[in-house]
Design a protein around this ligand. Sequence first.
Ligand code: AR6
Length: 185
Amino acid sequence: MAAEVARRMRVVEGDITLLDADAIVNAANSSLLGGGGVDGAIHHAAGPGLLEECRLIGGCPPGEARITGGHRLRARWVIHTVGPVWRGGSRGERDVLASCYRSSLAVAEQHGIKTVAFPCISTGAYGYPKAAACDVAVETVAEWLAEHELPQTVTFCCFDEEDAELYRERLDRLRAELGRKEASA
Ligand code: AR6
């Protein structure tokens, strides 16, 4: 069981808009009306239909998630979530970030989505420290996968080498942690 959880997570380095996961996650802002970073790239690649659909949703609070179609993307769905703005770490940022991952996975499950790719939410314009965000992402996704069959696999899509390395190391550590737990059970 534990080993299976680790097998259901992987890391890729590159542009999330090119992936052919069933759903890609967007690190949006509360308006859901587009922006820079990965949000800008997703809207650019998906085309104007995505913005039209987002307009109808009317926004999303931090920590929650909303789903739209993928329009011109290879992915059939886009799950939009709003990460916390980093304000030093004592304003509940960790809980909000964990909630982004959980809410996105819950929306994926509700839609029967088998494969989901996440960008490194909040670690660009919103300033969340990369290593701390990676811990939250991997721990929260591992907890979800241990209790749910869907999504079957989760990809962490890292835009740069530094993030990809962080995630690879964190997943190696997770495998060791889960292996120890299994051995002592
Ligand atoms: N594919 C994968 N990851 C990417 C891509 C891409 N094409 N482009 C950037 N990243 P950010 P945030 C990485 O700033 O911190 C927007 O304006 C990037 O290297 O996109 O959650 C929204 O509208 C970083 O690791 O999102 C909000 O206003 C990660 O994506 C605000 O920024 C997140 O960086 C959200 O800020």
